[in-house]
Design a protein around this ligand. Structure first.
Ligand SMILES: C[S@@+](CC[C@H](N)C(=O)[O-])C[C@H]1O[C@@H](n2cnc3c(N)ncnc32)[C@H](O)[C@@H]1O
Length: 304
């Protein structure tokens, strides 16, 4: 399998995650990031990233000088995506003139040892883990899992007083411009699908994860020390082109909505959905479509 042509589902998803990188770069809340830098242990921390996908976050944190040495674990339930992360990170390192070497369980990138762990989060928490992390990261992931059920176990993956940085948590608002008469109905059904979704045999997220995290973290004795919005805002430039691969990112968002609502014909008539998608796709092709998704970032410490 190649990782970035669209011949397989994983390849399409890998390209989506790569295309999302520039959108996340703009969105990540800088006030919360500054607090992460302040809390980050000084030397060679052990970082665990949940639902790490291609590994774009470790690349970003190396680029931004937030980490530069230590161990960084990429945990994900999608084995093929983890395989792609090896190649993506090697290409990323090569483009920066940074040395990388393959290891049996991951790769060495400069002074950072990146380890790949294939696991589903719920199952992973049921096992015992002796090596605890200094820093726990989840980017665009907690809105895909049952936070109230998993959060206490997730925080126990940290050393006492370890740092969590939970970013790009969807928070119940998607906006497309120009407006369309079906927007409200489509978004209500899309949110309902998120609220009722089951994956890996477990409830899988909800549409207002961002705002609910404050209470869940407080209940787990790990209240946020800083928080702020990390909205995705994607718009065309003066020539009606989208930056980098963000037209592909937007196409993937429309496909995600199509797939979610295709299962809900009672909430949105298939013909209405098809009309809405046709209008949005034309706007995207013409460079007229603006997309905004409201999200929140939070940083804090585990109990103790
Ligand atoms: C939206 S992607 C985000 C990937 C990456 N964090 C990023 O921002 O590019 C969500 C990732 O979480 C993984 N994932 C979703 N549910 C999971 C679970 N229950 N256990 C482990 N990984 C999960 C998916 O395989 C996917 O790679």
């Amino acid at each position: 399998m190649t990782c970035f042509d669209e011949a397989s589902m994983t390849a399409g998803y890998a390209r989506y995650l790569a295309a999302k990188t520039t959108v996340d770069d703009r969105a990540l809340n800088r006030h919360v990031l500054a607090e992460l830098r302040r809390l980050m242990p000084a030397d060679a921390p052990r970082v665990l990233e949940l639902g790490a996908g291609l590994g774009t976050m470790v690349a970003r944190l190396l680029d931004w000088g937030v980490v530069n040495a230590g161990e960084y674990v990429l945990l994900d339930a999608d084995r093929q995506l983890l395989d792609c992360s090896r190649r993506w990170l090697r290409d990323w390192a090569a483009a920066r003139g940074l040395r990388s070497d393959l290891l049996p369980d991951g790769l060495q990138v400069g002074d950072m040892r990146v380890r790949l762990v294939h696991a589903e989060l719920g199952g992973y928490l049921e096992a015992t883990h002796e090596e605890l992390a200094d820093v726990l990261i989840a980017n665009a992931v907690l809105d895909l899992v049952d936070v109230p059920a998993l959060l206490p176990g997730l925080l126990r993956l940290l050393v006492p007083g370890g740092v969590y940085w939970f970013t790009i948590n969807y928070d119940g608002e998607t906006i497309f411009e120009p407006g369309h008469p079906l927007d409200d109905q489509i978004m209500a059904a899309y949110h309902r699908d998120m609220d009722e979704r089951i994956r890996y045999g477990r409830p899988a997220g909800e549409s207002r994860t961002g705002r609910h995290l404050f209470g869940h973290l407080r209940d787990a004795s790990a209240p946020a020390l800083a928080a702020g919005s990390s909205d995705w805002v994607v718009h065309p430039d003066l020539d009606r082109n989208y930056p980098a691969d963000e037209a592909y990112f937007l196409r993937s968002i429309l496909t995600t909505i199509q797939d979610a609502l295709g299962n809900r014909p009672r909430q949105v008539e298939p013909a209405d959905l098809a009309d809405w998608l046709a209008v949005r796709s034309e706007q995207l092709a013409a460079g007229d479509l603006v997309y905004i998704a409201h999200q929140l970032d939070l940083v804090g410490r585990s109990p103790g």
